[in-house]
Every structure is written in C-alpha cells, then in structure tokens.
Design a binder for this molecule. Sequence first.
Ligand code: PAF
Length: 278
Amino acid sequence: MKTVRTRSELNECLDKVDRSRLGFVPTMGALHAGHLSLVKRAKEECDTVVVSVFVNPTQFNDPKDLENYPRDERNDLIVLEKAGADIVFMPDVKEMYPEPDTRVFDFGQLDKVMEGATRPGHFNGVAQVVSKLFALVRPAKAFFGEKDFQQIAIVKAMCEGLDQSPQIVPCPIVREADGLAMSSRNALLTPEHRAAAPDIYRAMKAGVEKMGEMTPAEVEEFVTEKINSNPLLEVIYFKIVDALTMMQVENWKDSEAIQGCAAVRAGNVRLIDNIRFV
Ligand code: PAF
C-alpha cells in the first residue's frame, strides 16, 4: 500500500494505472467496519483501489463539530493496509484547497430538506470536495455508504454536471450487533448515550411494522415519539421520503422506493440513520 499526501505524488502513483478498473472510496478517516466494507466491495469490483482520508472543512457548518471530529491517522493506515487498499491519499487542507473554493452548486430541492435543511452549506461542501477528488483520482467507480442516504443522491446529481464521472456504487449500512449504524461519530458517544443509541434503529424498524395500519405522516410521528421517549435521545427529524427525490410522501403507493431518514441528537453527538420502507 502506498500513502501519498500531495496531488503530484497521487498523479505519479496513478500514472500507469488502468483507470477503467480503478475504484475509489472517499472517507474522512476514523475508519470503522462500515468503511472497510466499502474497500472490500471496491476490491471485488476493481483492480486498483484508492482511499482518500480527508476531514473536509467546507462541509462542516459548525466549527466545534469540525474540531471534535474524530481523527486517527495511524489506525486508519493499519486497517487500510489489512483491507488491501492500494493507494491512500491523505492530503492536508492547503493541498485540497490551495485557493478557497467559492463554487456554489444548485441541487434544486434535493438539498433543501433533512441534512441540507438542518446543516446549511453541508452538501455544497461535500460537492466541492467530492468533485475535486473525482477530478484528481478519475476512478471508474466510487463507493459510498448508504448511511449517508441523501449524500448519495447529492453526489449522483453533482455527477450529472461533470464531464467525466464515475459510476456511483451505493453500499449497505453496516451495523453494530445491537443495530446501531456504524459511524465515526459513535466514538464520541458517552457510555450512556452509546447504550441509548440503538433505540434509533429499533424505533425505525417498529415504524416499518406499522406501515399496514398507518399513513407515512403517522409513522413519522410514531417513530419520532418512540425515539424521543428515551430521555437521552432527541429527534432532529424523521422523514419518510421518496428515495430518489427526497420529497416526503403522503401515501405508501406514491413512490416505488420509500426511505425513512432520521437525524438524532445523542448528547453532543449528531447521529443519522435510515431504513427502507418500500
Ligand atoms: O461521507 C463522508 O465521509 C464525506 O462526506 C465524504 C464523502 C468523504 C466527503 O468528505
């Protein structure tokens, strides 16, 4: 495995690589089994796999959140080597943003709801960094975890505006044994909040069971109340949306694919998760 920190080192490494067989896994580090499942999938589908580790400041709307975001470069390199990554790109902020990125992306309604509505500017920052990374790596396929469900829709929409874009490969959420979706942020939970957090997935699963007897709006209320009944958790939103447009649905028959998406505050930590309804 080769670790590179600059664009020119990355170019040198990729010079002789067949880009039509190149896979890319963008990450912000503090890697867990969810990330490693993306590397595994990329290894299965591609000849060479690049993983980027970069905590992108432009996607954080809260400076405290950026400061507290977990970082563990040493362990990241150990687990990536074991997982069989070929190239790890670990740039610093100056390398990624030699000049401030002033681009503003237009995602229509896609970024006006859920994560976009509650973290202003977040998806613009994601699009800035992902478009830069795609331009540098030029992979055939890029692998993203479905825990960030809305992010995948944003990245797909962003790719429509690019000359050359990889195939976006969504990969299933990896969960802890108690159902909590794996996230780098889980490391920031207190033991009490860590014990409470699996209630998010439990409540969403109970919501799926209610589909036969409740409307989407009623299930939203049911799941929200169930999560909030744990005093250590506070729902920021739970929305039942069309899986492509991210718009709320009124009836179960309104869409061919329907997803329930949650953001929940557990102490100082903001967790997201989602579940398929239809
Ligand atoms: O999902 C993430 O970890 C980040 O949003 C990404 C895609 C690596 C961009 O910084």
